[in-house]
Design a protein around this ligand. Structure first.
Ligand SMILES: Cc1ncc(COP(=O)(O)O)c(C=O)c1O
Length: 277
């Protein structure tokens, strides 16, 4: 669907809700889906949302990290249209679990939701220059979760982080290029912010058989301990999914992974030859 088509579909759904007496109040777009890394047209969705006074939340749990990249950071610019977006540095900014953030355009919206005015907090609230973090979220007592993230930003710095993210993005492109050069492999969804799906699909085999072959290939390479290229479903079929989010992965690792997948796939198909049409 085109961005304009998605905006139209959203508008139609909102109009239908209104006609049927419902009150749509929020829409969620995704900036980097888990399955394929696909990005919704945030600007177009935001235009519809603001026209209807609907809150726009964007799930940027994985994808918003692209804002730290050197060559791709502009791709994140439409996040500015969101009323709020979620971002998980534990996904692609190299944090241990859990490092999860909610960013809002206007901090007052958090105060409206979470502000606590308990008598026993009055003395602690005495200095208006200091934010009371219990007013910005559901927790009162909380650990200093942000310190790890702050330390990463301080130690690595912008340039190092940008290079790491750009490297991850490039690795998925290396994989797609290599697969494109191999017979019988099909790139199912193009590399998008470090996520690629693909499938071993030689001509003339039933789709169900190829589902089984792709699943078996994933399992064998995973069990070898070399790479975790797990499966997912796309358009009802089993496909392989590569998420190159580790900057310690090299081009050679990726090429070797593809080579192993290819060898396993050929082997699996030749073992199941009698199942072929
Ligand atoms: C796009 C996206 N949003 C949300 C989540 C949920 O993440 P978590 O449970 O780590 O917060 C995931 C997990 O893969 C994801 O990829």
């Amino acid at each position: 669907m085109t961005p304009a088509g998605i905006a139209r579909a959203l508008e139609t759904a909102i109009e239908q809700d209104l006609r049927e007496g419902r009150h749509p109040f929020a829409v969620t777009a995704t900036f980097g889906t888990t399955n394929t890394g696909a990005i919704d047209p945030i600007a177009e969705v935001a235009e519809v949302a603001s026209r209807y006074g609907v809150w726009l939340h964007v799930d940027g749990a994985y994808g918003a990290t692209i804002a730290f990249s050197g060559g791709h950071r502009d791709e994140a610019s439409d996040l500015e249209f969101a009323d709020s977006f979620s971002w998980d540095p534990h996904k692609w900014l190299f944090q241990t679990y859990v490092s999860s953030c909610l960013l809002v355009r206007d901090r007052r919206s958090l105060l409206d939701c979470f502000r606590t005015q308990a008598d026993y907090l009055r003395d602690a609230e005495a200095d208006p220059r200091k934010p009371n973090y219990w007013d910005y979220g559901p927790e009162m007592t909380r650990p200093a979760r942000a310190v790890r993230l702050w330390a990463t930003l301080q130690v690595l710095g912008r340039r190092e982080l940008a290079a790491a993210i750009d490297h991850c993005v490039a690795l998925a492109e290396v994989a797609a290029d290599r697969l494109g050069a191999l017979p019988d492999w099909r790139v199912v969804s193009p590399p998008q912010i470090g996520i690629l799906t693909f499938r071993y699909a030689p001509e003339g085999y039933p789709a169900e058989e190829l589902d089984a072959v792709n699943a078996a290939v994933s399992r064998t390479v995973f069990e070898s301990g070399f790479a975790a290229v797990l499966t997912t479903r796309f358009d009802g079929r089993t496909v392989l999914r590569l998420c190159t989010s580790n900057p310690n992965t090299t081009r050679e690792h990726v090429l070797e992974t593809i080579e192993r997948l290819d060898a396993e796939a050929r082997e699996a198909v030749s073992r199941g030859w009698e199942l072929a049409p």
